[in-house]
Design a protein around this ligand. Structure first.
Ligand SMILES: CSC[C@H]1O[C@H](OP(=O)(O)O)[C@H](O)[C@@H]1O
Ligand SMILES: Nc1ncnc2[nH]cnc12
Length: 310
């Protein structure tokens, strides 16, 4: 039976974005209660927003980054529509999942990494800001991942949630986000290692930048699937390797998502989950004089941050 396309039991504060190998959130005790087809001033998101109730009865939103059947390349993901749609239903925190290559020996395939920093190696061909067309703004991106949320997620993941021989949770990763869709050359992979890179993907940006502009606390859970192509004498990464390890990772991903959502439902996390610390940051990032702001640009922004620029 089709799910209702409306949800009226109050705002949904937390969203999970699933990446490669995670096109649905089928954790035990989760019930899908609605499927929202939201249109935004930036177009339609990658997938309908599925609203689920957790076993604690907290509503959460789930979005499949590459579409329901992985039909969108990392370059084609409609990041602005995704973040705008989530913000429009009340989302203030995002836990994003990603399949990543490991750039360090100690991060083994199937390990999990919470990054704290990122280097942008995308090619400037993805729409990466909401501030445009007569409304200029510059938000801080010094800490691209939410520090409080990252700490909470790392602690939850280190508490025996991840199963499997030697599977580890790492923190403070340096994530390289490349354009793709082709994987890196060996020279590039070694260069990223020389920069101190720990993991690599193609999807964290501009997702994280747009979340920051939308005043949403954003954390990425990176699931290592391969050693990219830097190991001498070893075969380079293939989609088959990524998918094989993602398949093995998916049970851990679901357990971790469930544990994170259970913990974040607690009263002590409510300021964090509601991103109180980010409130107003985008309002004060705007440089354009009120009298000079483009009416069209302001109208688009009303969808995300109502009342901020008018
Ligand atoms: C299928 S390998 C490359 C692909 O996997 C990662 O996707 P996601 O971050 O959405 O899990 C990587 O970023 C690339 O998009
Ligand atoms: N080696 C790799 N490079 C870029 N993105 C990836 N996603 C998974 N493995 C990857």
């Amino acid at each position: 039976m089709a799910l209702p396309d409306t949800f009226s039991e109050g705002p949904v504060r937390i969203a999970v974005i699933g990446g490669t190998g995670i096109s649905a959130l089928e954790a035990e005790g989760f019930t899908a209660v609605a499927s929202l087809n939201i249109q935004t001033p930036y177009g339609a998101p990658s997938s309908p927003l599925t609203i689920l109730k957790t076993p604690q009865n907290t509503p959460i939103a789930f979005l499949s980054r590459h579409g329901l059947h992985h039909e969108l390349t990392p370059t084609e993901v409609p990041n602005r529509a995704n973040i705008a749609a989530l913000r429009s239903i009340g989302v203030r925190s995002i836990v994003a999942f990603s399949a990543v290559g490991s750039l360090q020996e100690y991060i083994r395939p199937r390990d999990f990494v919470i990054p704290s920093q990122i280097i942008d190696r995308t090619k400037g061909i993805r729409a990466s800001t909401f501030f445009e067309g007569g409304l200029v703004g510059h938000v801080s991106f010094a800490d691209p991942f939410d520090t409080g949320l990252a700490k909470a997620v790392f602690n939850i993941g280190s508490d025996g949630v991840l199963k499997g021989e030697g599977v580890k949770m790492h923190k403070d990763g340096l994530l390289i986000c490349m354009e793709g869709p082709q994987f890196s050359t060996r020279a590039e992979s070694n260069m990223y290692r020389s920069w101190g890179g720990t993991v690599i993907n193609m999807s964290a940006l501009p997702e994280a930048k747009l979340a920051k502009e939308a005043e949403i606390a954003y954390v990425m859970v990176c699931m290592s699937t391969d050693y990219d192509c830097w190991r001498t004498g070893e075969a380079a990464v293939t989609v088959e390797t990524v998918m094989g390890n993602m398949h093995a990772n998916s049970a851990n991903a679901k357990h971790l998502a469930a544990a994170i959502l259970e913990e974040l439902a607690k009263e002590k996390y409510q300021d964090l989950v509601n991103a109180k610390h980010l409130e107003g940051s985008s309002k004060w990032a705007c440089c354009t004089a009120p009298s000079a702001r483009s009416a069209e640009a302001v109208k688009k922004m009303e969808f995300i941050l109502p009342g901020y620029f008018s």
